[in-house]
Design a protein around this ligand. Structure first.
Ligand code: HEM
Ligand code: HEM
Length: 174
């Protein structure tokens, strides 16, 4: 087997899209001052973030069921270890980030304000350490994704080993 299963590839690219949506909405929330606008944005941010979590959990199930393709041959033993380490870190962060968001909304009163439909009850999140934790995980995840994408592009265009094929839906026989 030289490629990830079609469903693992689908989950990979869908996670990328949902991550971009969740990141954009989180950033908008951070920039928005008006409480009423925040009330409208929150649910969308939570839905996108929770979908990332659900997809990641489904992914771990299919990873066990479908297995992974063997590492590419051009990679050295150390490069393979680093790549596996980065992939594991991505999974940990993709779970830790939405979980920290869920802890934040349940412990700071955001959920209570949404349930009461009362923008006046929204807490000042800057005062809570969990807000810093969520933002810090975002920063670490962005850095890890940057390394991951740089490595993927290095393989594809410098080493020219067709690494991207491993994550495509189309099946290749070679
Ligand atoms: C992939 C998943 C997620 C991503 C990429 C993400 C991203 C972000 C970003 C970029 C911010 C702005 C951070 C800052 O203040 O500097 C943010 C804020 C926040 N996120 Fe998330 N988040 C995710 C999941 C979640 C989930 C699942 C929840 C809750 C169920 C959540 C709740 C919040 C809350 C309450 C804020 C504070 C918004 C404000 O300042 O009013 N996040 N998120
Ligand atoms: C343009 C952006 C991206 C490209 C080109 C890309 C490309 C790839 C490729 C080619 C692989 C297979 C690597 C191998 O066979 O060793 C892979 C695996 C992986 N990617 Fe991405 N990726 C991108 C974005 C992302 C993002 C945003 C995330 C997470 C938020 C992510 C998470 C992962 C994970 C966890 C794996 C490991 C799969 C496994 O073996 O369990 N990727 N990616």
């Amino acid at each position: 087997m030289k490629q990830y299963s079609k469903r693992l590839a689908a989950i990979h690219w869908l996670t990328l899209l949902l991550f971009i949506a969740a990141f954009y909405l989180g950033h908008e929330l951070d920039e928005t001052e008006a409480a009423a606008a925040k009330m409208a944005l929150y649910p969308w941010h939570f839905i996108m973030g929770d979908l990332v979590l659900i997809l990641t959990l489904i992914r771990t199930y299919f990873l066990r069921k479908d297995g992974k393709p063997a590492p590419i041959e051009v990679g050295s033993a150390i490069a393979n270890k680093v790549s596996v380490g980065i992939h594991h870190l991505l999974y940990v962060l993709l779970i830790a980030l939405p979980v920290s968001g869920m802890i934040m909304i349940n412990t700071t009163g955001v959920i209570a304000a949404l349930q009461a439909h009362d923008a006046g009850k929204l807490p000042d999140l800057e005062k809570f350490a969990i807000h810093e934790v969520h933002a810090a995980i975002v920063a670490i995840l962005l850095l890890t994704i940057a390394l991951h994408v740089a490595a993927a592009l290095h393989h594809q265009f410098i080493l020219k080993d067709n690494l991207l094929r491993r994550m495509m839906f189309k099946r290749f026989d070679d």
